[in-house]
Design a binder for this molecule. Sequence first.
Ligand code: ADP
Ligand code: MG
Length: 240
Amino acid sequence: MIKFHDVNKHYGAFHVLKDINLTIGQGEVVVVIGPSGSGKSTLLRCINRLETISDGELTVDDVKINDKRTDINQLRRNIGMVFQHFNLYPHRTVLENITLAPMKVLGVSRQEAETTAMHYLTKVGIPEKAKVYPSQLSGGQQQRVAIARGLAMKPKIMLFDEPTSALDPEMIGEVLDVMRDLAKEGMTMVVVTHEMGFAREVADRVVFMDQGQILETSAPKDFFENPREERARTFLSRLL
Ligand code: ADP
Ligand code: MG
């Protein structure tokens, strides 16, 4: 579903992604971990071309994303993204936040968009919040709306960039539960997170990044019980 082949990226003189090779299959859940500044967000943002790669090849669903002929809007329709800060439209209700893109981008009717929105709001556990504004919700609820909004576009891939990092501790679980359900249903997911419990339990593979490189790609059990790389060991020991 996603394939990085010798991908490099520079920000000016700064080499942020170094020879990235990574293949993610359909339905796979990959958790990306690593120190701050190691390039995790950049890696994620290349997948939906919020960032362009400098060289190498990146294909998503067999489409070369760095090819000029690729329709980026078409590509992005298939990829949902959830950020640390939920990025909901503050002056729109929850329902409007979810129906806007399907109506505008996919051209579905308001009625159909609302039915779909209610389906996903129910799925994330807050159908009763449809008519309220984001400011009336807790952080955990806002993030669940953001996930519902992503799902309403019926994407093939969901990207999560530290989705629980801005949440109060008591709200982290409710968001991770939604993500766990999504993983069980077979969604292809790439998740940057510091939630090691989630990584251990839900990930098919853990990718450890440091200084722009992927240093290790392992099954979670292997990674957590016996990390191969010294820097991964150091990283994990600091989390405890
Ligand atoms: P992470 O998500 O792992 O914390 P990022 O991908 O956000 O790391 O950033 C990796 C490195 O690239 C950091 O050193 C950051 O300062 C740098 N960086 C990120 N975005 C830009 C940008 N737009 N221009 C220049 N440098 C950037
Ligand atoms: Mg980041």
